[in-house]
Design a protein. Structure first.
Length: 154
């Protein structure tokens, strides 16, 4: 990975982390996602399953919807999706059907991430880059679940 690409990935993952922080602040599982085309953010989302009472309101789903609406196209083959946590199987399906060109995620999800089920959930032309700001993404998730456990003890 070239230095320029690396710096760009870190810059955009910071934006996705800011989306995850919104989820954290609203007592949602802190996952954030953005879609980038030609160096511009064209879709954003953060988990809102509780707020919207919708199990499909994952960060990736909302960011993909915003991006496809922006482009007026259901395909995102020239776009990069940045997400703070490895997508689940549902989101991987949406990423597949949207034909997202590149997916960059921070923290792996060994329990619910799509790769726990099958790499075949990914579109064959999509490129994946993992571990960008992994520690920051992981720490935000761990802080959320620690806070949740403490609330449940009270």
């Amino acid at each position: 990975m070239s230095n320029k690409i690396s710096k760009e990935h870190y810059k955009f993952m910071q934006v996705a982390l800011a989306e995850a922080q919104k989820a954290f602040d609203e007592d949602e599982i802190p996952v954030g996602a953005i879609v980038v085309a030609n160096g511009k953010v064209i879709g954003k989302g953060y988990n809102q399953t509780e707020k919207l009472n919708d199990p499909t309101a994952h960060a990736e789903m909302l960011a993909i919807t915003a991006a496809t609406n922006y482009l007026g196209s259901r395909h995102l083959s020239d776009c990069t999706l940045y997400v703070t946590l490895e997508p689940c199987a549902m989101c991987a399906g949406a990423i597949f059907w949207a034909q997202v060109g590149e997916i960059v995620y921070g923290a792996a999800d060994d329990k619910r991430g799509f790769r726990a089920y099958s790499d075949k959930l990914a579109h064959p032309r999509s490129k994946y880059i993992t571990g960008i700001l992994e520690e920051e993404c992981h720490d935000l998730l761990m802080s959320f679940f620690k806070r949740l456990r403490e609330k449940r003890k009270k």
